[in-house]
Design a protein around this ligand. Structure first.
Ligand code: NAP
Length: 525
């Protein structure tokens, strides 16, 4: 079976043998994908001229209604998405829920944003700026939806959420989308697009899908388009510097890899509530989606005297968790996505092991439950420990995109700030402490190199949303190595798909233009 592409309102099968989609547990081929022979330039042009113009006829609220119907169509097929997640990603129920339910929730959240924006063709930003003595001539900043296409090039680990978290703000903004899922796990995104297309909710050209290689796609993007990329830093660099992207100053949003961290405050000794909460969080981060989350904790900074107790607590719980075929209901940890990722993980793990102690796992030849180690793509959940993080080379640099976490000892706040910053720009760091001055020092010390900081004290306890959990109301993205992109954060996500401009003119004219704008005041408050 070859999964077709959806371009210019038609399903088109790519030519040639295509690339296989594989079950990471059994190694069996599930389907094939190919984008060969598909007219990518025409796909973009059709989306701009047909999809974009149809979407822009509507108000934000009307587009929110389309999004709501799209959410309903997807929700109706939730079980099928879980099935494909198991087949193509080896996802446990918890893994599939994190991706699929996260996707559906994000769509619903953006339906509410669109309805609150209600009427309007564009957005107004800030107040009128007086530019003349009498005030008759003034300036007003506006944000108008771009007339281009939003091109989504996605990573393999979140085929559902990665698709929906980008689609929702783009469609709400009136911008058509072309999604290119990562090849190894394209089936789930393909099925979601198929369900949306079948439901006939969106106007022709509003949604397009390319499965397989992106080929020369970027040669056809133009100044009014947006490229939103999620994936590795290497591919990100290629996209950012693509000649056509540079020539057209095409807007690019990059979500790349990230060496995230969690920090236990010096006040949290073994046996305290926060110590136990962080143990629980680290366990979740290692095991959920087999550590294949962009936000996964990679380094845990601990007061030196607590490293041993912390390692023992995590290791004893890890030892009870079954790793293997998620079709077995006792299994808690699934595989990584394919053999290539398994090799990349093992290679990275070797580097980390060269400067760390193994607290748990690290066995390349471990036996997964109900799976053939030769055919499957498992990595044993592994906990490492570094006594000398200040001179470590790999711990702060190598992203093992799998179930691997390193505990790093620290002696004082200055050191933990320095080491956290060596991630060179991260999506998220969590701080567990009841000491407000420690928290303040950390926030001021690392805030500029992080997109999100999660602070947990005893007043919050277990009510926090989770280190790895990206909520649509808050910013997702990070500076530096993490790509420098910004996604979600409620209404702010729509700004990527709008262009800011200022009109300098008669105050009366500005007032009339303002009447064309949706009211954002409630959403920014
Ligand atoms: P990847 O290898 O960089 O691939 C990402 C996407 O780029 C895929 O769709 C890939 O297509 C496409 N691609 C590759 N070369 C391209 C080119 N020259 N032009 C245009 N597109 C191209 O990354 P991945 O292995 O799928 O994802 C894992 C990485 O993503 C990890 O490092 C993780 O940290 C990061 N990630 C970050 C976030 C975040 O929000 N910050 C979220 C999830 C994952 P093919 O698959 O067809 O090659």
């Amino acid at each position: 079976m070859k999964l077709p592409n959806y371009v210019a309102d038609h399903w088109r099968e790519g030519s040639g043998p295509g690339a296989p989609l594989v079950d990471p547990v059994t190694g069996e081929e599930l389907a094939r994908i190919s984008s060969e022979g598909v007219d990518l330039n025409n796909a973009l042009e059709f989306a701009r001229t047909q999809g974009g113009s149809a979407l822009r006829q509507l108000t934000y609220a009307q587009r929110a209604d389309l999004l709501a119907k799209m959410g309903d169509a997807l929700t109706a097929n939730r079980d099928e998405y879980f099935r494909l997640s198991l087949l193509n990603l080896g996802a446990t129920q918890a893994d599939a829920s994190f991706d699929v339910d996260g996707a559906l929730y994000t769509i619903k959240y953006y339906v509410k944003i669109g309805r609150a924006l209600a009427e309007g063709k564009m957005l107004k930003e800030g107040a009128v700026v007086p530019l003349s003595k009498t005030g008759v001539f003034a300036g007003q900043h506006f944000l108008v939806p771009t007339k281009g296409v939003a091109v989504f090039i996605n990573a393999f680990n979140f085929p559902a959420w990665g698709f929906c978290e980008k689609v929702a703000p783009a469609l709400l903004s009136g911008v058509p989308i072309l999604v290119k899922p990562a090849s190894p796990t394209a089936w789930l995104a393909h099925k979601m697009v198929e369900d949306v297309v079948k439901s006939g909710i969106l106007p022709p050209g509003a949604i397009s899908l390319v499965c397989g290689s992106a080929r020369e796609l970027l040669e056809h993007v133009r100044e009014e388009d947006i490229v939103s990329f999620t994936g590795s830093a290497d591919t990100a660099a290629r996209i950012r510097t693509h000649t056509n992207v540079v020539r057209g100053s095409v807007r690019v949003n990059i979500e790349a890899d990230s060496i995230n961290s969690a920090i236990l405050g010096p006040d949290c000794a073994p046996g305290t509530e926060l110590f136990d909460l962080l143990v629980k969080e680290v366990l979740k981060e290692i095991t959920l989606k087999a550590g294949q989350k962009c936000t996964t904790i990679r380094r845990v900074f601990l007061p030196r005297q607590n490293v041993k107790a912390f390692g023992e607590a995590v290791a004893s719980r890890l030892s009870t968790m079954k790793v293997g075929n998620p079709r077995n209901s006792e299994v808690k940890v699934g595989p990584v996505v394919n053999k290539a990722q398994q090799s990349a993980c093992l290679e990275g793990l070797k580097k980390l092991q060269s400067e760390c102690l193994v607290v748990f796992g690290g066995n390349e030849r471990f036996e997964p439950v109900d799976a053939d180690p030769q055919k499957s793509a498992f990595v044993q959940p592994t906990l490492l420990s570094s006594n000398n993080g200040l001179s470590a080379k790999y711990v702060h640099d190598v992203e093992v995109f799998g179930p691997v976490v390193t505990l790093v000892a620290y002696d004082d706040t200055k050191d933990v700030i320095a080491m956290t910053r060596w991630g060179n720009g991260s999506l998220v760091s969590s701080v567990f402490s009841n000491d407000p001055s420690f928290l303040q020092e950390i926030v001021l010390g690392i805030g500029d190199l992080h997109g999100r900081i999660v602070a947990v004290d005893s007043s919050v306890g277990s009510q926090h949303t989770g280190h790895g959990n990206v909520v649509p109301s808050c910013l997702h993205g990070g500076p530096g190595r993490a790509g420098g992109g910004e996604e979600l954060a409620g209404l702010r996500a729509l700004l990527l798909y709008h262009r800011r401009f200022v009109v300098q003119g008669p105050v009366n004219c500005l007032k009339e233009l303002s009447c064309l704008c949706a009211d954002t005041s409630l959403l920014y408050s």
